[in-house]
Design a protein around this ligand. Sequence first.
Ligand code: FES
Length: 105
Amino acid sequence: MVKVIFLEADGTRREVDAPAGEPLMFAARDAGVEGIIAECGGSAMCATCHCYLLEGGAGAAPPQAAEADTIEFMAHEPQENSRLTCQLEVTEALEGAVFQVATGR
Ligand code: FES
């Protein structure tokens, strides 16, 4: 398990134990992180799993084309540190990483 921290819109800090090798979205959704809706089920089509990577995760794989396109065209207020958590595989590189759940859809 890899410990990842999510900050919800109201400032609530949620520590999630995420299984390595799976998309981060599933661990966040299963843990009930507020704001991770994942309408498309993890197909990079909806951007309702959008988060900002605030700290850590430097060794994580960068966004691929499908993720980058959905962030650009679908995400509310995209930033340089935007990630679709459904496209981000959990690896040891995410240990202790902090994500702010994006608001606005
Ligand atoms: S769950 Fe839809 S883009 Fe991630």
